[in-house]
Design a protein around this ligand. Structure first.
Ligand code: 13P
Length: 263
């Protein structure tokens, strides 16, 4: 092993895409690519986050992949358990369906769906209590970056969750740094800027938990095959949360390969 001691994660966030037939095709193509060009499970964790109604079918299809590819939920209810909560899916229901991972704190949820710290923390608390691994997303806006507040904003977002994460639960958290201005814009943070923020996040995590040095910190925001190798080479970038490029099996596979090759 020549690279970082942290096994990288490459997760595809499909957001509100695609239709069922295309999702099936995408998974099928990705499985074929994994058969043709293996990515060792010990060198990279892989996951895809489909829309809620496709979680079961994607998970079923992935059971016959040559290696584990996790099925990740894009969201979880802030309400725990079961009950009269129309439209909601709780952490316990995800766990019951063998879904072990969930995204929380994505900027689209924070901005478009007005999810504040209280809501996000309730989701995190429930997910961790149910035994899920949380991929917790953080990131600053363009205006915050331009006014020199990026670091402060991101570190605050990290500190926000400390109120609900118990000492041993930090092992079940993966951080995804996604500068908002880089999401879906084609603009990526330079590897230097991304590494600098990841190093700050690592410092912040290490102050909060003894697991800090070994926690995976993923980068997200216009990750594509063309920039994955450079990003993967940064010591504190331990994987990618991929939006648009994860809807293309070949691109997603190439990105995963770039991160696996660092090991
Ligand atoms: P893009 O890769 O499309 O920029 O999306 C990033 C993202 O938001 C992943 O969660």
């Amino acid at each position: 092993m020549s690279g970082s001691a942290i096994t990288p994660w490459v997760i595809g966030n499909w957001k509100m895409n695609p239709v069922q037939a295309e999702a099936q095709q995408l998974v099928s193509e990705f499985k074929t690519l994994l058969e043709q060009q293996a990515i060792d499970a010990a060198q990279c964790h892989l996951g895809v986050a489909p829309v809620a109604i496709a979680l079961g079918s994607v998970q079923e299809q992935l059971k016959t992949a040559v290696r584990p590819v996790y099925t990740v939920a894009q969201d979880v209810s802030r309400i725990a358990g079961l009950g009269a909560y129309t439209g909601e899916v709780s952490a316990e229901l995800l766990k019951d369906s063998q879904i072990g991972f969930v995204l929380v704190g994505h900027s689209e949820r924070r901005e478009i769906f007005a999810e504040n710290v209280q809501i996000l923390n309730a989701k995190i608390q429930n997910a961790l209590a149910a035994g899920l691994t949380v991929i917790y997303c953080v990131g600053e806006s363009l205006q915050q970056r331009e006014s020199g507040q990026a670091e402060q904003v991101v570190l605050q977002q990290i500190c926000d969750i400390a109120a609900v994460v118990e000492a041993e639960q930090w092992q079940n958290i993966v951080i995804a740094y996604e500068p908002i201005w880089a999401i879906g814009t084609g603009k990526t943070a330079s590897p230097e800027d991304a590494q600098a923020m990841h190093a700050k996040i690592r410092e912040g995590l290490t102050q909060l938990t003894s697991y800090g040095p070994q926690m995976a910190i993923l980068y997200g925001g216009s990750v594509k095959p063309e920039n994955a190798v450079e990003l993967a080479a940064c010591p504190d970038i331990n994987g990618a949360l991929v939006g648009g490029a994860s809807l293309n099996a070949a691109s997603f596979h190439q990105i995963a390969q770039a991160f696996a090759n660092t090991q």
